[in-house]
Design a binder for this molecule. Structure first.
Ligand code: SF4
Length: 342
């Protein structure tokens, strides 16, 4: 797949739209009796994550299940409350938003759901499903139908009028995901979080939905977070990628640089695991084994050390900090000047 296409806004030249500063989402597991016996434990779904998203930028959040990417997306939309740190959107702290200000933010920052069959109420017609956000935002009834048709045209549903009285079960998965996208875009947001938006769709329709997503994003100049475990999809959609593991950022940089020369050992494993189209080329995943460790009991020091083929004596005792290495940031002692192991 080719990389992300041309954009109307230059994300490199633009200012940050979203700033994430040392954000945490920690859960306490176990009930009161476990706590009294000293057996409760804390799961650090997101642990000290910091990055910025520039206006017009598309950023992929990449990692295995349980790496914290979906939790990070939910924090960005204030669907979860951060237990530490700060998220700032267009100069306003999201973490402090309440009532009317939160409602305004929700209109500007939208989620595209993973499963279109769960995202739309099966008892609602497409007209009713798309009217709901307009009604909540106080758009007069007379204007709603025109906005709905426009949004369905934007996501390239041909002859949108014919869909208005249909129900979700009467649409294909690809058509329904376009309706979900239309609903997320109908209030003309600045920022969208797309949570694995094609993972529940048949492989044959994924490319069409992804192309619609890219096209709409470029035409509207949207700022986007694309959450996925699939590096090939992230590469197709995003110019920048943030690799997460056990709630922390491992590597952050331009997608093409990451794909061509991954620096962090975990990123190397993800890149090596992407299927190779040419059978004569080697496809040799690094020996990191399957599955991350129990998040209730992560390894000390570097959280990746149990699976890292390069772990050395410093890794269990010191958490690597995210540091600039060329065009990107990497959290690995191999790239610390003081270690001299580069
Ligand atoms: Fe591997 Fe150590 Fe780097 Fe972690 S800090 S990725 S364990 S080499």
């Amino acid at each position: 797949m080719a990389g992300a296409g041309m954009r109307p806004i230059d994300p490199i030249a633009s200012e940050p739209l979203v700033s994430i500063r040392d954000v945490q989402l920690h859960y306490r597991m176990g009930g009161i009796f476990s706590a009294m016996r000293g057996r409760s434990s804390v799961v650090k779904a997101v642990d000290g994550v910091s990055f910025e998203i520039r206006r017009g930028e598309s950023v992929g959040l990449l990692g295995e299940s349980g790496c914290g990417k979906t939790s990070m997306g939910r924090l960005l939309l204030k669907l979860e409350e951060a237990t530490g740190g700060e998220i700032v959107f267009a100069g306003e702290p999201v973490t402090a938003l309440k009532r009317a200000a939160l409602k305004r933010y929700r209109a500007r920052a939208q989620l595209i759901f993973q499963n279109p069959f769960d995202a739309v109420n099966p008892r609602f017609s497409i007209r009713a499903a798309l009217s709901e956000p307009l009604e909540n935002a106080g758009i007069p009834a007379a204007e709603r139908e025109g906005r709905i048709v426009k949004a369905l045209e934007l996501v390239r549903l041909p002859q949108p009028q014919q869909f208005l009285d249909r129900y979700p079960h009467q649409l294909s998965g690809g058509q329904l995901q376009r309706v979900v996208m239309a609903r997320a875009l109908i209030l003309e947001p600045d920022f969208v979080v797309a949570d694995e938006p094609v993972s529940m769709l048949d492989v044959s329709v994924r490319a069409g939905v992804l192309n619609v997503f890219r096209d709409v994003r470029d035409r509207l100049g949207l700022t986007a977070i694309y959450i996925s475990h699939d590096l090939a999809l992230v590469r197709y959609v995003c110019e920048r990628t943030i690799v997460m593991y056990l709630g922390k950022v491992m590597e952050d940089g331009p997608t093409e640089d990451i794909v061509r020369e991954p620096l962090h050992p975990y990123t190397q494993a993800l890149v090596a695991a992407v299927p190779v189209p040419q059978p004569d080329q080697s496809h040799d995943p690094l020996p990191i084994g399957r599955g991350a460790p129990d998040p209730r009991n992560p390894p000390s020091g570097c959280v990746f050390r149990d699976r890292c083929p390069y772990a050395f004596e410093r890794c269990p005792v010191e958490v690597p900090r995210l540091r600039q290495v060329g065009t990107r940031k990497v959290a690995c002692h191999l790239f610390d000047d003081t270690t001299g192991k580069q």
